[in-house]
Design a protein around this ligand. Structure first.
Ligand code: C2E
Ligand code: CA
Ligand code: CA
Length: 507
């Protein structure tokens, strides 16, 4: 067998080959080293055979580590990417058109399960999902774990009619979603989960593996946006949306780093048209795109975690402003500065110490500060939340519930919360004069608040008839364009704060 190699080997050269050595029915991987020498005019051949089974095992192990996921034992991202590369290469060589697909899957609410039941249960759940779905995939589908709770499927040569392939992929996605919904027994826990899926179909002309994976990811992102437990197929229009989103994330990182925000202030008044405070509203002016509404960028900041830093900046800025105005005699001790606090910021372990530090740093009396939190925050886990609210109250800081009526809060636990004020959401106020049921809701909220000794402020009061109606039904605090728009600090003072006469020295 070696004769060929030997013949071609020149004198003073050597060569190494790997082969399998058969000893009875045992196969032994070996490495053979051949060398040809000339010794005293004679050709001598040196042949070394080495058992390399251990090295082979190590190599296989390393290959496994590089291409498989240690938790679920499924192929990993790298493996799937390599297979996709191969599939694309193969497509380029064979000109016959046939469609393939990549399907991304993400478990809904996995993080909550992981956080509440522990990582151990989380890992077991991932294994359980991996095993169950493996039955559905068979040999000609690559099923991989991409990381975290993300999985992916690569289906090659599904067919050559695009609409049929699309149908087949939808069917496949349905069956995956269905399998995921089956209750999973994990240890002694029964866990209910759902999955969101995004897919893209390609026939090899779409370019790189990276581009295809990105498309599947974009489709998955859309599926998540539609709500959970859904499937979306990639369409080129989706790319623009996701590019815009990425662009926004980048700009937001930049703006946060360089503090490119400003605070505006909107007056809050009582039924005698006296100022009772202001709400601080953040403004972001981007170099390229001009003003971007907080309604647009705050949710993004929350999703990517930047809200903690932004919220910190807002608190610092607003308190510094109050301190300055107090010193200048432009802010009265009885007025409150309302500051919006995102649930994500509020839930941070460091929130309370940070708040204390800020109050101390600026030397602002706690009762000049009102924090606006949303009722949805209370849904997650009431008791740690309640503890924190009580601690905040103990400092003397006021608490308001923002956008009241839009969430799911149960009136039942409202009475156990240390709340000073409810802000009735704009949507109810807007339709107050035309929609009977909105009027009924506002009535009910006011009655209930009165019983619980909580004050009520109506947001989004835009016209005199709205103001009149609110006063009639017993709401005495207001905020809205009818009284004033949010303004930069100097304009706010100029418009709404009238210099109080300097106190005369008593005689
Ligand atoms: P929000 O807390 O409900 O704030 C009230 C929003 O309604 C503000 O929009 C305000 O400009 C607007 N508004 C006030 N009066 C009227 C009115 O009479 N009619 C109408 N149609 N709208 C009125 P803005 O400033 O665009 O803020 C939008 C949302 O962004 C806020 O809703 C709040 O959820 C969030 N946000 C703003 N600033 C901050 C901040 O500093 N931190 C956090 N976490 N969120 C903020
Ligand atoms: Ca607010
Ligand atoms: Ca609000």
């Amino acid at each position: 067998e070696f004769s060929n190699i030997l013949d071609s080997l020149k004198v003073s050269e050597s060569s190494t080959v790997e082969t399998v050595y058969q000893i009875r029915n045992v196969e032994l991987p070996v490495e053979i080293h051949l060398a040809k020498y000339k010794v005293l005019d004679k050709i001598e051949i040196l042949l070394l055979i080495r058992d390399v089974s251990e090295r082979k095992e190590t190599e296989a192990h390393i290959h496994h580590l590089a291409y498989y996921d240690s938790v679920t034992n499924l192929p990993n991202r790298q493996y799937l990417a390599d297979k996709l590369h191969e599939a694309l290469k193969c497509k380029k060589q064979n000109s016959t058109s046939s469609y393939s697909a990549v399907v991304f899957m993400d478990l809904d609410r996995f993080k909550t399960i992981n956080d509440s039941l522990g990582h151990n249960v989380g890992d077991k759940l991932l294994c359980c999902v991996a095993t169950q779905l493996s039955y559905l995939t068979g040999d000609n589908i690559v099923f991989a774990r991409m990381g975290g709770d993300e999985f992916a499927f690569l289906l090659t040569h599904i067919g050559d009619k695009k609409d049929k392939v699309e149908k087949a992929i939808s069917g496949f996605a349905e069956s995956i979603m269905y399998a995921c919904q089956q209750v999973k027994k994990v240890g002694h826990h029964e866990v209910h989960i759902t999955a969101s899926l995004g897919a893209t179909i390609f026939d090899g002309d779409e370019g790189s593996a990276e581009a295809i994976l990105k498309q599947a990811d974009t489709a998955l992102y859309r599926a998540k946006e539609f709500g959970r437990n859904t499937f979306a197929l990639y369409k080129p229009e989706m790319q623009a949306v996701s590019d815009a989103r990425l662009e926004m994330e980048k700009a937001l990182h930049h703006a946060t780093e360089f503090k490119l925000f400003e605070l505006y202030y909107q007056p809050q008044t009582n039924d005698k048209n006296e100022l009772i405070g202001a709400e601080t509203l953040i403004r972001w002016k981007d170099e390229k795109r001009g003003f971007i509404s907080p309604a647009e960028f705050i949710p993004v900041a929350e999703e990517i975690g930047l809200i903690v830093e932004i919220g910190h900046w807002v608190l610092n800025e607003a308190l510094s402003q109050v301190a300055t105005w107090l010193k200048e005699g432009k802010w009265q001790q009885s007025w409150r500065m309302s500051i919006n606090v995102s649930p994500i910021q509020f839930q941070q372990a460091g929130f309370l110490p940070m708040l204390k530090e800020q109050l101390g740093k600026h030397d602002v009396p706690a009762n000049c500060v009102d924090l606006e939190i949303t009722e949805n925050m209370l849904l997650n886990d009431l008791s740690p939340c309640l503890e924190k609210m009580n601690a905040i109250k103990a400092l003397g800081v006021h608490l308001s519930i923002d956008d009241f009526g839009t969430g799911y809060s149960s009136l039942k636990y409202l009475k156990s919360l240390p709340i000073d004020r409810l802000k009735i959401d704009q949507s109810f106020v807007r339709d107050l004069l035309t929609d009977k049921s909105d009027e009924a809701i506002v009535h009910a909220v006011i009655a209930m608040a009165k019983a619980l000794n909580i004050s009520v402020l109506a947001e989004g009061v835009e016209t005199l008839p709205h103001y009149d109606r609110l006063r009639e039904i017993g709401c005495f605090y207001y905020q809205g364009y009818y009284f004033g728009h949010p303004l930069p600090p100097n304009e706010f003072i100029a418009a709404f704060v009238h210099d109080s006469p300097t106190p005369k020295p008593s005689l």
